[in-house]
Ligand binder design. Structure first.
Ligand code: SAH
Length: 220
């Protein structure tokens, strides 16, 4: 009897419970968000050699020099997004697909874009197996995906030097974007609420560190 990579054991479930308690201690309050963390088996989104670390509150390397974001960061951003069932959510930076799964678990219809070809491809089988059906795009998230706009929510999971104009244009009136803005070393978690065609309310929510949001695509 071997251990399959899709195994979700009682031990994994127990570790998830502990992680959720840690997120609670660190200030995550939204029970729907915490419940989504209970449902999604994070260890399946990581390289198998890191399974032991999957339920620590840390970012970890995935393919193509990218990272699966720290659970606290994913929870914090998801809480800021205030997802309602059937919200149309545009996600920049599919990466491992973990954030995609959390958003889907909350009932969002997720449109996710990734600029690294191998990550774009590699997450799809797992998400499908777990019962999540986002729309996947390979491309540059700076441009958004106008053909499906407007979006109720937009989440950018890479650090952007500035607010991408095309993304603001694709945000619904009444919609919210969550995006880390700053230099390559440090970004400020920023929310933008589009309250009218011409007016956006901007708020800052503390410092975070992400891999950079890059232009263009990488086909390798
Ligand atoms: N949500 C992912 C985060 C991965 S790290 C997870 O938790 O696994 C950020 C991701 O953003 C990387 O996969 C990176 O390739 C991607 N990215 C960076 N710039 C991008 C852009 N302009 N368009 C689409 N994806 C981008």
């Amino acid at each position: 009897m071997g251990i399959t990579i899709f195994e979700d054991s009682y031990r994994h479930k127990g570790l998830r419970r502990k992680l959720i308690e840690e997120l609670r201690r660190k200030g995550i309050r939204d029970e729907r968000v915490l419940n989504a963390f209970d449902k999604v088996p994070r260890h399946l989104f990581m390289d198998s050699s890191f399974v032991e670390f999957a339920y620590q509150d840390k970012a970890f390397p995935i393919a193509a020099g990218q990272t699966i974001s720290q659970p606290y960061t994913v929870a914090f951003m998801t809480e800021l997004l205030n997802i309602k069932p059937l919200d149309k959510v545009f996600e920049v930076g599919t990466g491992s697909g973990y954030q995609t799964a959390i958003l889907s678990e909350l009932g969002a219809k997720v449109y996710t874009i990734e600029r690294q070809k191998d990550l774009f491809q590699s997450c799809q089988h797992l998400l499908k197996m777990l019962g999540y059906n986002p729309l996947y795009f390979f491309g540059d998230g700076y441009l958004g995906k106008p053909s499906y706009a407007p979006y109720d929510k937009i989440i950018v999971t890479a650090g952007a030097p500035e607010i991408p104009k095309d993304l603001i244009a694709q945000l619904a009136i009444g919609g919210r974007m969550v995006i880390p803005i700053g230099t390559s070393d440090l970004q400020v978690m920023t929310t933008l609420d589009r309250i009218s065609p011409t007016q956006v309310d901007i708020h800052e929510h503390g410092n975070f560190v992400f891999v950079p949001m890059l232009k263009g695509t990488n086909n390798r």
